[in-house]
Every structure is written in structure tokens, then in C-alpha cells.
Design a protein around this ligand. Structure first.
Ligand code: SAH
Ligand code: DHB
Ligand code: MG
Length: 250
């Protein structure tokens, strides 16, 4: 109950920020239902999960891993992006159970390579099994540790530049992840960062939440950094309202 109240308080303060009244707030809730239904519609048509993807979600539930993977349609979206830049080498920061890894890995040719970074050994163990079941183990490598420790090693190893980089780990260091992504890029590299809108909480400049502060800082960097051409798309549907920053390295 307290959680619901807290959430409502937050929504109300956001309503105030974007200057919508009670009627519009009701429409917003109707809109959310519609977004969910349309997401289902798109998913049925174009975002079908096979047994490996369904099994990944199931294995995560069984291992008590939080249900914060990208949605099926978002996974498909990442796959389309990876295909459109003809990706052969992909870097992912934040593996969780390997759900987005599988969508991305399936965009790669048989001689492609995907490196994914994960802090939690338990997440990595579950992801490894899921990736094997998806038949992607020959091209996917999970590295376990703090991304900020692993990224300099990848630079030193000279594995880059990557064709696509997906940033989706903890939110406070997003600005640093972006800087490392640039170091591992070439002109034309596509960098995508998940969760940069957080139900509109990014509108609140006084917010006391270091996750939101991290993505706010990244979004501001994108507006000032001449090294990338960037935009943000809002994501709605089965997951909470959020957004993905999408940028191409100049
Ligand atoms: N990309 C996944 C979701 C990732 S959730 C998907 O859509 O399927 C974020 C993941 O980042 C979690 O598994 C969390 O353990 C991991 N993480 C958190 N802090 C990290 C850090 N400092 N370095 C690497 N991974 C981290
Ligand atoms: C969280 C992390 C994510 O990557 C996501 O897509 C949704 C939520 C989280 O840490 O709460
Ligand atoms: Mg995410």
C-alpha cells in the first residue's frame, strides 16, 4: 500500500511537472492500457519468442533474478538495429539472464562475436546456460566483474572497435560507460543505452535518485558531445514507460 501511495505521489508530482490535470491523468492510464495491448499485437506479429527465449525468462524466474530484461519487442528492436548496421562485433554492458544477449546474438553471422559484461556471478551462470540453449555459446562470451574494471581490459586487448554497443547495466555510471563505449568505437558504431527516461522522472531536476541522475547526466552529455549524432526514443508497452538513447559515432 505504501508503495502504491509513493508511486502515486511520484506520478502526481510528474503530472505537475508536465502540467496535466486529473482528466489527462486518467487518459494517461487509459493510454497505458492501450500501449500494452498494442505491444501484445506487435509481439504476436513480429516479436515471437522461441523456446530459448521463453526458457530464459523461465530460468530467470526460477533463479529469482529480477524481471528487468528488455521486452520481446525491444529485443526485436535491438536485433533490427544490429542487423541494420551489419554488426559483426557487439559489446553489451549488463547481461542479467542473457535475454537481450540472445536477441542481439541472433543478429550476428556465424563468425560474429558478442562480449557481454555482468557483475553478478549468479546472473552470469544462468545467462550462460540460456545462451548455450540458444546455440549461441560459440559466439557469445560472458565476462564477470564490474564493468568499469572490465572495460579497460577490453581496450587493452584491442578487441574493438565494436559495431554496436548496448549499455544496460547499473544506471549511476552511465556517463562513464558512454565514455568507454566511445573508446571502443569507430565512426559508424551504433551505441544504444536503455532506461534513459524512467517514467519521465528525468524531467525532475531536483530528483534525489542516483539512477535517474546517472541517465540525466548521460542525456545532457549526448546533447553536448560532438562525437555522436544522438536521439532518444520513448519506449512504452509491456514494460514501464522508459526510453532508449540511440547514437551513431561521427
Ligand atoms: N540487458 C539485460 C538486462 C540487464 S539488467 C536484458 O535486457 O536482458 C542490469 C544488469 O547489470 C544486472 O544483471 C546487474 O547485475 C548488472 N550490473 C549491475 N551493476 C553492474 C556493474 N557495475 N558491472 C556490470 N554489470 C552490472
Ligand atoms: C532496471 C534496470 C533495467 O535495465 C531495466 O531495463 C529496468 C529496470 C532497474 O535497475 O530497476
Ligand atoms: Mg534495461
Amino acid at each position: 500500500m505504501l508503495l502504491i501511495l509513493e508511486n502515486l505521489k511520484l506520478k502526481q508530482s510528474l503530472c505537475y511537472l508536465v502540467e496535466i490535470d486529473t482528466f489527462e491523468y486518467k487518459s494517461y492510464n487509459m493510454g497505458k492500457k492501450l500501449f500494452k495491448s498494442v505491444d501484445k499485437y506487435i509481439g504476436k506479429l513480429l516479436g515471437a519468442e522461441d523456446s530459448a527465449l521463453k526458457g530464459t525468462i523461465k530460468a530467470m524466474k526460477e533463479a529469482d533474478i529480477p524481471a528487468i530484461s528488455v521486452s520481446a519487442n525491444q529485443g526485436k528492436f535491438l536485433q533490427v538495429l544490429a542487423r541494420s548496421c551489419n554488426a559483426k562485433k557487439i559489446l553489451e554492458i549488463g547481461t542479467l539472464g542473457g535475454y537481450s544477449t540472445i536477441w542481439l546474438g541472433r543478429a550476428l553471422p556465424p563468425d560474429g562475436r558478442l562480449i557481454t559484461l555482468e557483475l553478478e556471478q549468479t546472473h552470469a551462470d544462468v545467462a550462460r546456460l540460456n545462451i548455450i540453449k540458444a546455440g549461441l555459446d560459440p559466439i557469445v562470451e560472458i565476462r564477470v566483474g564490474k564493468a568499469l574494471d572490465l572495460l579497460p581490459i577490453i581496450v587493452k586487448e584491442g578487441i574493438g572497435p565494436f559495431d554496436m554497443i548496448f549499455i544496460d547495466a547499473d544506471k549511476p555510471p552511465y556517463p562513464e560507460y558512454f565514455e568507454w563505449a566511445l573508446k571502443l568505437s569507430r565512426p559508424g558504431t551504433l551505441i544504444v543505452a536503455d532506461n534513459v527516461i524512467r517514467e519521465g522522472k528525468v524531467l525532475d531536476n531536483n530528483i534525489d535518485d542516483d539512477k535517474v541522475r546517472g541517465v540525466q547526466k548521460l542525456n545532457k552529455m549526448l546533447s553536448e558531445n560532438k562525437k555522436v549524432t544522438a536521439t532518444i526514443i520513448q519506449t512504452v508497452g509491456s514494460k514501464e514507460h522508459d526510453g532508449m538513447a540511440i547514437m551513431v559515432v561521427n
